[in-house]
Unconditional design. Sequence first.
Length: 111
Amino acid sequence: MNLAPVDRGSKLAAAVVFDPRAWGQNYNLTGRAETLPELVKDMKLAGMNVRVANWRDWRDDLLRRHAAEPVPELDFLIRILRSPTAGWPICTARCRCGSCRICGASNWPTR
């Protein structure tokens, strides 16, 4: 998991704010980011049964489950996921090119 102690984060934020030499730089408060395979491995070691799903499959499954058993705290997320662009791959939604160099999508999703 990507976590940072609060005191370390506070010290870094103070240094960035008060030292002009630190302005305009990128900072990762949590150390090296884990790759997806590393994260899945760590979660399995912790006893969690993790399944990596395709974006559309995950979205459709969540919408179906929420319709069957609503969770009021997730209503905001469900509204977002019901938007027409939520079904598109992120790069297709961003570049709107229809033949994306990033993901290889060759056409717009049909809805």
